[in-house]
Ligand binder design. Structure first.
Ligand code: SAM
Ligand code: SF4
Length: 327
């Protein structure tokens, strides 16, 4: 599908839950109100929407949340998404806590890659950020996933005054193993507004000062807007997702389906199309509902704005929390 600005939209992020087993302070601190379970799309509904999306031209799905692996049946859902005609790739974004437990069924389902979120290698800092003592479990999941031959990317969000200095430790992952480490700028979405981001421009300057022989890495690494570099001889790459200052919107390829079935054209704005409402109508027959879902997907593509405005807080109209949207 082409949008109004000529971009090809072939990637959909699907949030399958707003529940999570961690309490990251910038995403889901303790006490956050949850979406009622009855509002959350069933797997059958998700597959129906995904099939309509594939018919309309979506080729790649990312399963996310909340924490997708806290929802029972996530590996089976991955397997069903993989079976949809036209689908080329299904990947997962997870905090990694339950990944080792579900690795076998995920691999058997044909999972094409995993993004694992890890902001620190210090156990106490990990607990301060996530509210839980799970660092060792995440490190175990990373090792096992790499051993299994599933491509791994680490997503790291740096916060000033907390883990800003940890980038140096985190990039070591790229030296020995084929793991990409990506730094995502903290965005002013939900609780992210309450903390201070570390900007990638500053980080890149520090990295270049430390490693003058850093090489740009032009190879395609996935669906995202990251710009990659590589340490000489390293097996993995270092990516920068400059959500705040890098205007990567010219290459935007995505839609986001929230756990309650709202289809979002852009993370920055509140506009969305209520596909959940369409699929739960009582009157029309199945074929008519499928037609309406496809129409809604095209409408969401048509609504895609030219660019986000994260750099100017007033321009950010999205008021939902990241846990509701699916990061
Ligand atoms: N639970 C899974 C995980 O942690 O990977 C998937 C969902 S989580 C919302 C997806 C990603 O969004 C994580 O890498 C997290 O660090 C990131 N994230 C959450 N809130 C953010 C914010 N305000 N700005 C930037 N990234 C954020
Ligand atoms: Fe959970 Fe991921 Fe949000 Fe952390 S970032 S609270 S792991 S959904």
């Amino acid at each position: 599908m082409k949008d109004t600005y000529g971009r090809t939209i072939d990637y959909m992020r699907i949030s399958i839950t707003d529940r999570c087993n961690l309490r990251c302070r910038y995403c889901m601190p303790d006490g956050v109100e949850l979406v009622p379970m009855s509002d959350i799309l069933t797997f059958e509904e998700i597959i129906r929407i995904a099939a309509a999306a594939a018919k309309a031209g979506i080729r790649k799905f990312k399963v996310t949340g909340g924490e997708p692996l806290v929802r029972l049946g996530c590996p089976e859902l991955v397997g069903e998404l993989k079976q949809i005609t036209g689908v080329e790739q299904v990947t997962l974004t997870t905090n990694g806590v339950l990944l080792s437990k579900y690795l076998e069924p995920l691999a058997a389902a044909g999972l094409d890659g995993v993004n694992i979120s890890l902001d620190t290698l210090n156990r106490r800092t990990y607990e301060r950020i996530t509210g839980r003592d799970e660092l060792n479990q995440v490190l175990k999941s990373i090792d096992l996933t790499v051993e299994k031959g599933i491509p791994v990317k680490l997503n790291c969000v740096l916060q000033r005054g907390l883990n800003a200095h940890e980038w140096e430790e985190l990039i070591r992952f790229t030296r020995e193993r084929p793991i990409d480490v990506r730094f995502i700028e903290l965005m002013p979405i939900g609780y992210g507004r309450e903390f201070e981001a570390v900007y990638n421009e500053e980080l890149l300057e520090k990295l270049q000062a430390l490693c003058p022989d850093l090489e740009p890495d032009e190879r395609v690494h996935g669906n995202g807007p990251a710009i990659y570099y590589r340490l000489p001889g390293a097996k993995g790459s270092i990516g920068f997702i400059s959500a705040m200052h890098g205007k990567f919107c010219a290459h935007c390829n995505r839609l986001r389906l929230t756990s309650r079935g709202m289809l979002k054209p852009c993370l920055c704005y509140e506009d969305s199309v209520d596909v959940g409402g369409i699929i739960r109508q009582n009157g029309p027959g199945r074929d008519e509902i499928n037609r309406q879902i496809q129409e809604a997907i095209r409408q969401a593509v048509a609504l895609k704005p030219e660019c986000h405005s994260f750099e100017a807080l007033d321009g950010v109209t999205e008021r939902k929390r990241m846990i509701e949207i699916g990061g």
